[in-house]
Design a protein. Structure first.
Lengths: 403, 476
């Protein structure tokens, strides 16, 4: 293939490239100058800030008691930011009486009003900062401004408002969040929403119930919240949820029952432990274990033969928790002749460090014949039922297990 | 002949220009997105995640091979990470030294029978151990299979969390690294399937008890140049590619994935040379073929500090291996190129890797040879040569300075004035002759791959122990 030399020269570096070289060299110098100047500026800023933080810390009691007039610092944004930061950090870790004192100070100094104003009027990251700071104050007068921000078009601002409301931790904040999700649907990530609602609904989980008729996706989210916050005060409502068509809601009901422990929990949980959906069974089995009631043992033993390995694992953990009855439980486990169940039980036993305890219990058991004792100890030692064939992978693990 | 040389020289010029232009665009994107990220994180309170009862559990997978010197410190460091629901699986990958014994002594291990379902292929497991000192710690003792991928797969089989985070056991994670890497997941759990954090160079910094106490720039030139390379690769490259959901590598030293998806693609490919790149490529392929809406994200502030090679020989071996890994993944996935179903990954990301990463050493070294040849034959245009040199140098320096600027604007890990001055000066010094040597190593990697030489000699590392040993009061 022949090339025409003009063809190359058309693409050769031209005068434009010379300009580009100049630009590139200039850019190097600008970048360098910017880095050095910025570094210098920041060094001075932090030095000044550090000095001022120290001074303000020295006068802290006088500052929050109003002995130093608020007017003397609140118009200076540099001082105001430092004082607000110190107050909010202290607020997060303060006991109740100190929190009340700090809240009085934040109100009297007008810092809360200022944040409310900023949360309503600013845009972008400044609004987000104001919303988070407002949430950190836990002042109920911040609720309307935070609730307004839930309508923001910027998803980050909505998230910040949600986190702020969650931080307030009051049923009033929960009402605002619930009304908003009921109207606008699930347009924030589930986790911050759930966290916010968990914080706000702990005192009064009943406020969630009217919203459980929301569309399925939102119902799932609310169901998980309910699972975390449910208490005995929900009683009969929980039993109603256990029959719900949405598996997430049944699972949440199961989870809630272990917290609520209403009278009929065992019966309902036993029913849910035979559910068609594996995670409902899982929740029910965990809840059954948490009840720590000997009446739950047959259901846990049945769950030990479940087709789902997570359900088997949790059932085994629940069984192992009955430390005083390990030998009799092991007899029942052996009777199931389910090798997966046996494996799960032994795994849970070893994780709990109770293998030797069970060994000793079997040996001293009066209700077992010597043949039974020998058989059970063999099962415990080799990890399989007599005459059972095991898969090679399982065999490897069994040989690795302690003898 | 003259025409051929002319053609080669101009091609090289435009190739350089295009490569740097892509990086310049990436720099502008990265500056914008990292500023937005900084502001977003500013409105997050990481402590609120630790308090959440619904924070998704994470399993940390830490493969270890012959790491008796540093294993105690590294695992203690992992156990001290801030995250509410954490499981740590250390995989002793057939170590021939006292790695397992050190773990047994320090963490009171006892053999257990946990659920281990061999869903992804891995060498035989010799035993499973749970720590009595901290029940979150599980140790898998397995036969060596000669690859990190195989060890990670064993961990994957025992993992019980919806997310797995793969870490190098000789690296140091910052205490809040897991909280930070989870931010994209918590913001969009439905779509985010993988998140990469930033890897920074540990050499020169001070470590006490497995924790980084003071960040310093390394002393050796070769290490400082690697710092700039890492800044450029992570703070510009990955930040920008992730914006377009085209990030092709999540570093094997620190990356988070959805467990079910890693299992669905068959785990790590045990024979892969660059197992991290290979996994992310297969994830892209799997999800694009299934037409699933997904995101693979990069977060620039959860930091993992790792030791970089400190001599030319080790660095050369590492870079040759990376190049082999690149080819080893790009070749089997070449069917993804320019195919509609693979979207921008097939049309932009993979072609970029082929043109500007894989064949870069061939073009650059070939270009240098043609310049030398043209000069020898007396047909080299002096004007062209000078313009080419100045332009290439100045443009590349802008990119390096941009990376340092990005670091300065956002994360500011190097606080010492001296460090910054050295960092800036190396932006001007790294291009000659390091870049040419680097290209040679990469070419060597390609050549080794073509010859079928897949051997891998582990890098010489000093380990966390030795970094700490020089300090008073450093624990054993």
């Amino acid at each position: 293939m022949a090339f025409d030399s003009d063809f190359f020269h058309k693409f050769a570096p031209s005068a434009l490239v010379f300009k580009a070289i100049i630009w590139a060299i200039a850019a190097d110098f600008v970048l360098l100058a910017f880095i050095l100047l910025r570094r210098n500026y920041r060094m001075r800023y932090f030095r000044k800030r550090d000095r001022r933080v120290f001074e303000l810390r020295q006068q802290w009691d006088a500052l929050i008691s109003g002995e130093i007039p608020f007017e003397s610092w609140r118009t200076n944004s540099f001082d105001r930011r430092i004082i607000e930061d110190i107050a909010l950090d202290a607020f997060e870790a303060a006991p109740a009486d100190e929190s009340a004192r700090l809240l009085r100070f934040l109100r009297a100094a007008g810092l809360i009003e200022k944040r409310i104003f900023e949360a309503r009027t600013l845009k972008g990251w400044r609004r987000r900062s104001a919303l988070v700071a407002l949430g950190r104050t836990r002042a109920p007068e911040g609720i309307p401004a935070l609730a307004d921000a839930l309508q923001d078009r910027d998803p980050e601002a909505r998230n910040a408002a949600l986190r702020g409301l969650g931080r307030l931790g009051s049923p009033e904040a929960a009402e605002e969040i619930l009304q908003w999700v009921a109207e606008s649907g699930l347009n924030v990530p589930a986790l911050p929403l759930q966290n916010a609602l968990i914080n706000c609904c702990r005192e009064k989980p009943q406020i969630l119930l009217p919203y459980l008729h929301a569309p399925p996706k939102l119902r799932e989210v609310l169901a998980r919240v309910l699972g975390e916050v449910a208490s005995s005060s929900l009683g009969a409502d929980l039993i109603g949820l256990a029959d719900d068509e949405l598996p997430e809601l049944r699972a949440a009901a199961a989870r809630a029952m272990s917290n609520a422990q209403p009278g009929h929990a065992l019966e309902v949980l036993a029913e849910l432990s035979r559910d068609t959906v594996w995670f409902v069974r899982l929740r029910a089995v965990v809840a059954l274990g948490n009840l720590y009631d000997p009446k739950a043992l047959p259901h846990l033993l049945q769950a030990l033969t479940d087709s789902n390995r997570l359900v088997r694992m949790r059932a085994a953990e629940g069984l192992v928790d009955f430390k005083s009855e390990l030998a009799s439980i092991f007899v029942q486990v052996a009777k199931t002749q389910d090798r997966y169940g046996l494996h799960a039980f032994l795994a849970a036993l070893e994780n709990a460090g109770l293998r030797d305890t069970l060994d000793a219990e079997i040996r001293k058991s009066l209700s077992l014949s010597s043949t039974e004792v020998h058989e059970l100890l063999t099962i415990l030692r080799v990890g399989k039922f007599p005459g059972m064939q095991v898969a090679p992978a399982l065999e490897t693990l069994q040989t690795a297990a302690p003898k | 002949m003259i025409h051929v040389l002319d053609f080669a020289n101009y091609t090289l010029f435009w190739y350089y220009f295009a490569g740097n232009l892509v990086y310049l665009i990436a720099l502008l994107i990265a500056l914008k997105t990292s500023a937005a990220h900084q502001r977003r994180v500013g409105s997050y309170r990481l402590r609120w995640i630790t308090e959440s009862p619904l924070a998704p559990p994470i399993t940390l997978l830490a493969p270890a091979h012959n790491e008796e010197k540093s294993i105690r410190i590294s695992i203690r460091n992992l156990l001290e990470l801030d995250y509410p629901e954490l499981e740590i699986i250390v995989i002793n990958d057939g170590s021939e030294d006292r790695t397992l014994a050190e773990l047994q002594d320090e963490f009171k291990l006892r053999p257990v029978r946990v659920v281990y379902v061999p869903e992804v292929p891995s060498a035989a497991v010799r035993g499973l151990y749970r720590s009595d000192a901290d029940p979150r710690l599980l140790v898998i003792d397995k036969e060596a299979a000669g690859s990190k991928a195989d060890a990670v797969n064993a961990g994957l089989n025992a993992a019980t969390s919806p997310y797995v985070c793969v870490v190098d056991s000789d690296s140091v994670l910052e205490r809040d690294a897991l909280l930070r890497i989870m931010i994209p997941v918590l913001a969009d759990p439905e779509r985010v399937v993988g998140v990469g954090g930033i890897i920074r160079i540990l050499n020169g910094s001070e470590i006490r008890g497995g924790h980084l106490t003071r960040v310093r720039l390394p002393r050796k030139s070769i290490e400082v140049i690697q710092v700039i390379e890492y800044l450029r690769a992570f703070l510009i490259g990955r930040e920008a590619w992730a914006q377009g959901n085209m990030m092709m590598v999540i570093s094997g030293a620190f990356g988070l994935f959805r467990t079910d998806l890693v299992r669905a693609v068959g785990g790590y490919r045990a024979k892969a040379i660059g197992e991290d790149f290979d996994l992310v490529t297969r994830l892209h392929r799997h999800l694009l073929e299934k037409k699933v809406e997904y995101r693979i994200k990069f977060v620039p502030d959860p930091v993992c500090w790792t030791e970089a090679p400190s001599d030319l020989k080790s660095l050369g071996r590492q870079r040759a291996r990376w190049q082999k890994g690149l080819l080893d993944t790009l070749l089997p996935n070449s069917d993804m190129l320019f195919r509609r179903r693979y979207g921008r990954v097939g049309w932009i990301a993979l072609p970029y890797l082929w043109i500007f990463e894989l064949i870069a050493p061939v073009i650059e070294i070939g270009g240098i040879l043609t310049i030398v040849l043209a000069a020898a034959l007396g047909v080299l245009s002096r004007e062209f040569f000078i313009q080419f040199m100045i332009f290439g140098y100045a443009f590349a320096t802008v990119i390096s300075m941009g990376a340092v600027l990005q670091e300065e604007l956002t994360y500011k890990r190097y606080n010492d004035w001296q460090d910054v001055a050295r960092l800036v000066s190396y932006c001007f010094l790294e291009h000659i002759p390091y870049r040419q040597i680097h290209m040679f190593w990469r070419l060597q990697g390609l050549w080794q791959y073509m010859r079928g030489d897949m051997t891998w000699k582990p890098l010489e590392r000093k380990g966390l122990q030795s970094t700490a040993a020089s300090l008073p009061g450093a624990p054993r």
